[in-house]
Design a protein around this ligand. Sequence first.
Ligand code: HEM
Ligand code: HEM
Length: 427
Amino acid sequence: MPIHNTPGRYGSVAKAFHWITALLILIEYPLGRIANDRPIDTPRDLEAKFTLFSAHKTLGLLIFAVALLRILWALMEPRPRALHPDRPIETWLAHAVHWLLYFCLVLVPLTGWAAHAATGGLAPIWWPFGQGLPLIPKSEFAQVVFAGMHGVLTSLLLIAVGLHVAGALKHWLIDRDLTLARMLPGKPLMAGLPGEAPRLPEPRIRRPAPLSAAVLVMLATLLAGAASGWREAPAPLALEEAGIGETEEIGDLEPVPLPLPQADQPPMWEVTEGEITFTVSRFGNPVTGRFARWDARITHDPAFGSEGAGHVRAQIDITSLDMGSLTGQALGFDFFDADEHPQAVFEADILSVIDGHVLRGTLLLRGVTQAVEMPLTLRIDGDEAEAGATISLDRFAFAIGRNIPDTSILGRDVRVNVKLKARRRQE
Ligand code: HEM
Ligand code: HEM
């Protein structure tokens, strides 16, 4: 079987590309619909939905890669001549539909990918190249607009494939010509093909009209998709809907380094080892995250004795989060949004209370500052100190995972655990 197209028929590479694409689309389209329509009544449903969507996105990008290779190949190859040049309307329609199919093969995956990249994605693409896309803003607005385009384009793809297959069937069953045979594997009987060698292959853009028509349909579809996404955009994914109060966004405070200790300032404590972890329930099972990089500056005034008061300021590098396979997702826009808010700052006074100590201050996390108070266990032994604190934070108060108001899927309480050892700094 010749590799290249001839004026009479398709070569083996074009045929292989065509049928691989057709098979992948036949799987991918229903997969998208099934994933989209899958109910989310139980955590198990939701997990299945995520898996279906991850499969859909990964396969979709494979189709995208195959489509790009296919288009490159098609651009270098001549196009077999129309079998019925005497039927201009039919030929025009066939060519316009081919253009639509090519456009859809590029734009359907691209818009799906953009919609995914705009949210950080709860169902990740199964690949190691990251989940974002340059130039695509991480916002719910971008997500709904691209998802709207993706949805409408998939309908256009369905219509185009329908017309295309109907045309192929008409040629096979009614005209009984070799249109289908010259795209099928093997060598078609050449008798029915208009002169094989002597005739020139058809230039790819012979008549620009079908191409222009396809471009217009494409543009109208993209606009309609964007508008439908926009219209259907949920009112800002309301925390109120989930029965959760408004949070006050007060913007990222620029972390200010503590001034270096003066001679008359209380001694500072240097953290020698420590750990900041948090645990949250996901589908009923606890999952734990750990921040590898953070820094705490602690002052503790000896004037108050070992029970005395002091101050602590901790800066946590959010990007140093380790949550195993969930790390990428947790750092995404829906959760910690590490691109926008790479740092959390905890600043508190260490207060002596009747039965020990408390830390009372503020936590700046994901651009939201909240007052926090947590009991502190503190043991000072000469120049060494050991401290521990645990607090339950409400993730909604920091707008974390607000797309998931269902707390059986992702718990609302996040238990934060801090343990550290510190040594008194010798000035
Ligand atoms: C040729 C490839 C693709 C086809 C044929 C396709 C088809 C579909 C279909 C039929 C739906 C359901 C639409 C509905 O029921 O309204 C869908 C939804 C979706 N697809 Fe694709 N898709 C493709 C590629 C991709 C890729 C590459 C991604 C992401 C990397 C993706 C992400 C999505 C997302 C996020 C949705 C849900 C949109 C929403 O929230 O409404 N798709 N797709
Ligand atoms: C079972 C389904 C399909 C059948 C029976 C079929 C059949 C055919 C046939 C017979 C041709 C050759 C037309 C000619 O010689 O003028 C063709 C070309 C083409 N098909 Fe399909 N096809 C199918 C599915 C698809 C799908 C799913 C896509 C893409 C989404 C697609 C995209 C194309 C394109 C772009 C061409 C034009 C190739 C070129 O000349 O550049 N087809 N198809």
